[in-house]
Design a protein around this ligand. Structure first.
Ligand SMILES: [Zn+2]
Length: 237
């Protein structure tokens, strides 16, 4: 991702289908999953959450996480913040957006799970407030990356659900009497409301459902699919 490239202290990545599934709740064979996690992680401490479509944000420290095979478990939440080097905060998704934030002034990172619910709860705003409180983050200086997710071309939802997002510019479109939501547009508006600058926002243009050959897509694959990782961490020195 372009937006973090200039920062040598940051390690950020997204996986796709070519890397395989990394979630342990989608019926994947436990042994092959563990082998895949182990070979992918190498020396990285990859921290996952039990994501529940909420807006709880946890501060992650190495003393507060538990080993979970080759990966680490941070707790039940949908967002993580940290200022500790050597931890890789990873969001699992298939159609939902993985969102990464970086505060270069205070050396803090965040990873968020934003599907319809997370976007509705404005998890970005909750996270920014937490970073402000914990680290003194100036939200107008944040950098944000949003990974591949389901876009307005494919994300049909009931009109009354879509209506909740009409406050966000261009987030809801209607075609043939059906409503479609673009989560990326919601996240963009929420980031702008925090004062994040245009040049500090990068949103993957890919739709996970249109490009389900490359990305896991819960909708396109009718719920039977793996999960990708969208992750960020401060490199251990
Ligand atoms: Zn699409």
């Amino acid at each position: 991702m372009r937006i973090f490239e200039e920062f040598a202290q940051i390690s950020a990545f997204c996986t796709d289908k070519s890397h395989g599934n990394f979630a342990d709740y989608v019926g994947d064979d436990a042994t092959s999953l563990e082998e895949r996690r182990d070979s992918f992680a190498g020396k990285q401490k990859i921290v996952l959450l039990k994501q529940v479509h909420g807006d709880k944000i946890m501060e992650i420290k190495s003393g507060g996480i538990e080993p979970n095979g080759a990966f680490w478990f941070g707790g039940e939440a949908d967002g993580m913040v940290s200022r500790e080097a050597g931890l890789t905060l990873a969001i699992q998704s298939a159609d939902c957006a993985g969102v990464l934030l970086y505060d270069g002034q205070n050396g803090a990172v965040a990873a968020l799970h934003a599907g319809r619910k997370g976007a509705q709860l404005n998890i970005i705003d909750k996270c920014a407030a937490k970073m402000q409180k914990l680290y003194g983050t100036d939200t107008t200086k944040l950098k944000m990356y949003v990974g591949a997710h389901i876009r307005g071309c494919c994300y049909e939802l009931p009109g009354e659900m879509a209506a909740e997002f009409e406050i966000y510019e261009e987030a809801v479109t209607t075609r043939d009497g059906k409503s479609y939501l673009d989560i990326g547009k919601v996240l963009y508006s929420q980031a702008k409301a925090l004062g994040i600058q245009n040049e500090n926002i990068e949103i993957s243009p890919s739709c996970s459902s249109c490009e389900s050959e490359k990305y896991f897509s819960y909708r396109a694959e009718e719920g039977k699919c793996g999960r990708m990782l969208t992750a960020i961490g401060l490199k251990a020195i």
